[in-house]
Design a protein around this ligand. Sequence first.
Ligand code: ZN
Ligand code: ZN
Length: 103
Amino acid sequence: MPNISYNKWQKIKEAFLKSSKWQSMRQQIISRDGGVCSICGFDTSLNVHHIKSHYYFPDLALDPDNLITLCQKHHKEIHNNKTTKSALVKYYKKQYEERPIKK
Ligand SMILES: [Zn+2]
Ligand SMILES: [Zn+2]
């Protein structure tokens, strides 16, 4: 667990979400995912979600492999653990199979 207070974290996160790095990565991820929610295909109110939490894995905050486009509903559900992660895993397996290995 990162050694910072929750309040401090909130400030870091806020600044991150406003950063131009994040804004352009966000756009990139949404277009990579075809401009739709990766679970249901809905195309409005899109959020880009960190699969491995930004808090625990700050190094992955701008890693495209750690980012996924979700609609607001599914984003909420993922955070409330209502949508099983298996939906994401399934999507990810598919992505990895279809995507040429880059590293
Ligand atoms: Zn959705
Ligand atoms: Zn999220």
